[in-house]
Ligand binder design. Structure first.
Ligand SMILES: NC(=O)c1ccc[n+]([C@@H]2O[C@H](COP(=O)([O-])OP(=O)(O)OC[C@H]3O[C@@H](n4cnc5c(N)ncnc54)[C@H](OP(=O)(O)O)[C@@H]3O)[C@@H](O)[C@H]2O)c1
Length: 429
């Protein structure tokens, strides 16, 4: 079985395509009479619908992620499950790693990628009391979010504030949970402290900067490409540093000879060593990524070896004598649902109070997933890159400049049969 036609995670059983039939929970379907007969229910259970999904078909470059249209049966929800029609999904650095085979938590291909998204509930399991059909939700999942319809556990879905767009909903969970837990659960950032944020113009970087603004007098040092400095300064970075042309350690020492209280390190390798050296006494270094392993769309063994060779390595005695803390954070390995839920509630509160707001860099249709990934690989994004399952419309206007595309995605994705057929053919070629 080829990667392209193999069944993937989260996908209900596939059947022969009958594209005219309504998706489960759609207006046509929910209009059926409550006293439907058993025979009618039997027919309903066998209805099929098309579902567009972005499938990782093998490890490698951009071409390994393919848009596929699957025909599947109406999912039978188990207790505790909800069915969500996805309106927007987040692209994360982890998916760039995953495509190269460098992300442990992603199941082997073929697999539908995507760890976060937002959408509308179309059906709920019998026992669900806290959510209903029509609710707009943010969903956090291990994988499988890059498709039109998903079945997820209810505790992994969070009701969206009314004023939040689907793009913002999809941009929030991973970046903000990561930043929130590192800053407030691990580093315990308090008034007057200083924080070094690498990749400060990226998704986590902007989230971390905004969260630092919720605490009085926090000084933020942020590394980013020079072209992004104006934007990140406006967003709250006190001292933007161009890591490409300057030695950021020297630059920080010029401004703050003693160093910083907190370093958030998504880079790994020699940067972790630099981060540790920059800590003030009683400071905290949090390692949460290894972006230095990635240099382009394909796996770079040399960069991986260099990052591994230069990683920070020290014994507990040395750590004790240094009076510094070194922590690791990985949201994917955090299995405590209660911790995650509590932090999400707090983040949604901060959003409703206007204290945080995801910055959408750009939105791409599923058909344009290569452009979306390229934008991040080529370091062009300022904020979050979003993927939209709804098919691209012929009359669609040219893509807006980064940062402009922050509007709401309207509900009601319509299937464009001609386009769908074309895409499937293109993949088969
Ligand atoms: N542990 C966790 O739970 C967790 C969760 C989320 C994210 N992360 C980590 O946090 C980091 C940021 O992730 P994100 O999803 O928010 O992505 P992102 O920050 O939007 O990443 C893209 C930006 O990072 C900068 N960058 C630095 N090194 C890069 C490289 N090797 N390749 C491409 N861009 C690079 C570029 O900006 P400049 O032009 O300014 O350099 C680029 O525009 C990643 O290391 C990721 O693995 C960890």
């Amino acid at each position: 079985m080829s990667g392209e036609d193999a069944p993937t995670q989260q996908q209900p059983e596939q059947e022969q395509q009958k594209p005219d039939q309504a998706p489960p929970g759609s207006p046509e379907e929910s209009g059926s009479s409550p006293g439907a007969t058993a025979a009618k229910e039997e027919v309903e259970a066998h209805k099929t619908f098309p579902c567009r999904a972005l499938v990782l078909t093998g490890y490698g470059g951009y071409d390994k992620v393919k848009l596929q249209v699957k025909t599947q049966k109406k999912p039978q929800l188990k207790a505790g499950e909800i069915l969500v029609r996805v309106k927007a999904c987040g692209l994360n650095f982890a998916e760039l790693l995953g495509r190269q085979g460098l992300y442990d938590l992603l199941p082997s291909p073929p697999v539908i990628m995507g760890m976060e998204g937002s959408g509308v509930i179309e059906a709920v399991g019998d026992d669900i009391k806290d959510k209903k059909v029509g609710d707009r939700v943010i969903v956090l999942n291990r994988s499988g979010m890059w498709q039109e319809v998903v079945v997820v556990r209810t505790e992994r879905a969070f009701i969206m504030p009314d004023q939040m767009s689907f793009e913002e909903g999809a941009a929030l969970p991973i970046n903000y949970l990561t930043a929130y837990m590192m800053l407030f659960e691990m580093a315990n950032v308090r008034p007057g402290k200083s924080v070094l944020i690498h990749m400060a113009a990226g998704g986590v970087g902007i989230a971390a900067t905004q969260l630092c603004q919720t605490v009085q007098d926090v000084t933020v040092f942020g590394t980013a490409s020079a072209a992004k400095h104006e934007t990140i300064s406006q967003g709250g970075v006190t001292h933007p540093i161009d890591y490409r042309t300057k030695d950021y350690v020297e630059e920080i020492r010029k401004i703050s000879p003693k160093g910083v209280d907190v370093v958030l390190d998504p880079l790994g390798g020699s940067d972790t060593q630099k981060g540790f050296s920059l800590l003030k006494p009683l400071g905290t270094l949090i390692v949460f990524g290894a972006a230095n392993c990635v240099t382009g769309q394909k796996k770079n063994l040399l960069a991986m070896a260099k990052t591994w060779y230069n990683q920070l390595s020290l014994g507990t005695m040395k750590l004790m004598q240094a009076n510094k803390a070194v922590c690791g954070f990985h949201l994917g390995y955090l299995s405590d649902e209660e911790l995650i839920s509590k932090a999400m509630v707090k983040l949604l509160e901060l959003y409703s109070q206007g204290k945080i707001k995801p910055r959408i860099d750009s939105s791409f249709r599923f058909e344009e997933v290569t452009d979306a990934m390229r934008r991040m690989h080529e370091r062009q994004n300022i904020g979050k890159v979003i993927l939209l399952p709804e098919p691209k419309k012929e009359e669609e206007k040219p893509k807006p400049e980064p940062g402009e595309n922050v509007g709401k995605t309207e509900a009601g994705a319509k299937e464009n049969k001609e386009e769908t057929t074309k895409e499937v053919k293109a993949e088969e070629a």
